[in-house]
Design a protein around this ligand. Structure first.
Ligand code: GAR
Length: 193
């Protein structure tokens, strides 16, 4: 568990690949008094990620890295994280797998949000797979990141009922609304707040 020292907020980085709606909700949360974290850095593997715009709007530094050049890039990222005194990482729609080495360096300090009720539907295309299996419920999970995909310790989950005429798009929207509430709650829980 991450420990809070004094009244200073824990400096955090959010990693994104796309729209950044979870990033938006995390920024909003981070600005509240009750938030134990501040967001000081946005990192993306995708230069066209829409969410990068939120950096400018909110005056948060952003950096894009080519994660395919794995080892070298990760060392650069680690340097940037150190430079900004980042002590917590929130993956929010980040669609690239981090190396074991990177995860070990930040053990217990990387969180991820996943659009399913883990351990069900790890990986991609979660909503369609839930529908194909005629699930009655789906949902979202915030968990710690370990070296196995979507398998770290679960912090919080939220169930969502699947309706009769649900499509993967409508389900994604419904789940996303819950994701925006769940991620801040999970962060409070990590800090025992
Ligand atoms: C969210 O539904 C998130 O749970 C999912 O991508 C979406 C990103 O939306 N993440 C994954 O599938 C990770 N494997 P956002 O960019 O609007 O936050």
């Amino acid at each position: 568990m991450v420990k809070l020292t004094g009244y200073k907020k824990i400096k955090s980085a959010v990693f994104i690949s796309g729209t950044g709606s979870n990033l938006k909700s995390l920024i909003k949360f981070s600005k509240t008094r009750k938030s134990p974290i501040s967001i000081n850095l946005i990192i993306s593997n995708n230069p066209r990620a829409k969410g990068l715009k939120l950096g400018k709007i909110n005056n948060i530094k952003k950096k894009v890295f080519d994660f395919k050049k794995n080892h070298k890039t990760e060392n650069q990222i680690i340097s940037v994280l150190k430079e900004h005194k980042i002590d917590m990482i929130c993956l929010a729609g980040f669609m690239t797998i981090l190396s074991k080495n990177f995860i070990t360096k930040f053990r217990g300090k990387i969180l991820n949000i996943h659009p399913s009720l883990l351990p069900k539907y790890k990986g991609l295309n979660t909503h369609q797979r839930a529908l194909n299996n005629n699930e009655k419920y789906s949902g979202c999970t915030v968990h710690f990141v370990n070296s196995k995909l979507d398998s770290g310790k679960i912090i919080l989950q939220k169930k969502v009922k699947i309706s009769k005429n649900e499509t993967k798009g409508s389900l994604a929207k419904k789940v996303l609304v819950q994701e925006h509430k769940l991620y801040p709650k999970a962060i409070l829980k990590v800090f025992n707040l």
